[in-house]
Ligand binder design. Structure first.
Ligand code: GLU
Length: 458
């Protein structure tokens, strides 16, 4: 039975990199008719918040990724929030101590800092020197705070990674690391291992940034006498400058992208291509699940391309009917038929819901030009064009050929280019940008267009 997990720390918003990890775990589980588990890794009590946890649920659901077991849904391997599993970690740590595979360390922060400084001065990597490893029982300082350290065995740790192939790590480069803090809280590597084994996780798909944790985790699995899952480390998501995607590149949180008017299916298609090659074309989550395989994951860093997301979003918007788009836009104060008609007419010109909303605005409310636009409209030269537009529209009979009307205004006024089009656009919409003028006239209709033009002539 395939069991994957997505294990976010609720310390902030989900960004594209986390979302991709969640998606791959979900797709792999779906492909194999297994289960995908949501585990909340909130042992870092200082930076974990319940708001961030609620945000994770909301973002995942919005993206269309449900979970089979999790803190809110429960399941046979719960609890699924690490802060509720602390006693389990303590028990396992005690067991390792009893078996001589871990020990209490009483070294003070000052000693550890001095050790680090000494090692740094010699150009050595910082690692614990094992001072407390051999403390004879009964020789422990009474009442002094202690951490629990794992006794790292000397060996080559082999990792058969599904993406990177066989990797080997020399455990001598890892000092005896802390598995339980002095506050009794398990360290990430230990909690992750106790949980991956306790929750019977069969496959772990996560970012390359965790590759350095994996040898420690493999050693812990071995010490606990439990089988390790199959690991797949996917390449980090990079920005256009080929450095890891971060806030410096913009707001790539799911929340931010949603607020900008990106649709979940477009994001799913864009992130699916970050390190996986499912082939061309817009795919549903079910189609992706059908195609997903670890063999098609790539080893090299994958660049996030906003242009590609925009183009998927455009496709996703064009797939939708006007009514559905209108309900997503959440515009109030206009009838659904009107909104749906406008959304249908304008969707091909927009790449995001926000762009569509701006394109629709002039057709839903009176133009409200800013200072500069107002004075431009009021120039003699503009008013002449506006008047000519109104007259030619009025004269035109039958189904309107707006291109021909623009030609006639051009002939009548002798204006062309922006002197011809901009005054009309500003007078009709109050804005400098938008769809081309014949489209504006068509959507307003002859009567409304004349009314708007005349307003400036009084
Ligand atoms: N809580 C870890 C993170 O958010 C999970 C790492 C893992 O998948 O093991 O990076």
């Amino acid at each position: 039975m395939v069991r994957t997990r997505f294990a976010p720390s609720p310390t902030g918003a989900l960004h594209l990199g986390n979302a991709r990890t969640a998606l791959f775990n979900w797709l792999f589980a779906r492909h194999h008719k297994g289960n995908c588990i949501l585990r909340i890794e909130d042992t870092d009590t200082k930076s974990s918040t319940s708001e961030a946890e609620a945000g994770i649920y909301e973002d995942l659901k919005w993206l269309g990724l449900g979970w089979d077991e999790g803190p809110d849904t429960g399941g046979p391997f719960g609890p699924y929030r690490q802060s509720e599993r602390l006693s389990l970690y303590r028990e396992e740590a005690e067991r390792l101590i009893d078996e001589g595979k871990a020990y209490r360390c009483y070294c003070t922060v000052e000693r550890l800092e001095a050790l680090r400084a000494e090692q740094a001065a010699k150009g050595l990597p910082s690692r614990y020197d094992g001072k407390c490893r051999g403390l004879a029982p009964g020789k422990e300082p009474k009442g002094a705070p202690s951490v629990v350290r794992f006794k790292v065995p000397v060996k080559d740790v082999m990792l058969m990674d599904a993406v990177h192939g066989l990797l080997s790590f020399d455990s001598r480069s890892i000092g005896d690391f802390v598995i339980m803090g002095s506050d009794g809280i398990a360290a990430y590597n230990f909690a992750a291992v106790v949980d991956d084994s306790g929750m019977s996780i069969s496959h772990v798909i996560r970012g390359d940034d965790h590759l350095s944790n994996t040898p420690r985790q493999l050693l812990l699995f071995e010490a606990l006498g439990r089988p390790a899952p199959i690991y797949s480390h996917v390449p980090l998501v990079l920005g256009p400058d080929r450095t890891p995607l971060s806030k410096r590149h913009g707001d790539f949180s799911l929340r931010g992208l949603r607020e900008e008017g990106y649709l979940p299916e477009a994001i799913a298609n864009a992130i699916a291509r970050l390190g996986w090659n499912p082939g061309e074309g817009f795919l549903t989550l079910e189609e992706m699940a059908g195609r997903f395989s670890l063999e098609r994951l790539s080893k090299s860093g994958s660049e996030f391309d906003i242009g590609r997301l925009k183009s998927y979003n455009k496709d996703a918007m064009n797939e939708k009917g006007g009514r559905e788009l209108a309900s997503l836009l959440g515009i109030e104060g206009a009838g659904i038929d009107k909104l749906a008609g406008l959304a249908d007419a304008l969707k091909k010109n927009a790449s995001t819901l926000n762009e569509l909303r701006s394109l629709m605005r002039p057709f839903l409310s009176e133009p409200a030009p800013g200072e500069a636009a107002l004075s431009e409209i009021r120039e003699e030269r503009s008013l002449k064009v506006i008047r000519a537009f109104s007259e030619e529209l009025d004269k035109a009979a039958g189904p309107e050929d707006y291109e021909a009307i623009i030609e006639r205004v051009k002939a009548a006024t002798g204006e062309k280019g922006k002197h011809l089009l901009m005054p009309a656009r500003l007078a009709l919409t109050g804005e400098r940008e938008g769809i081309e003028l014949p489209g504006v006239l068509r959507l307003l209709g002859k009567r409304e267009a004349i009314r708007r033009l005349e307003k400036w002539l009084r």
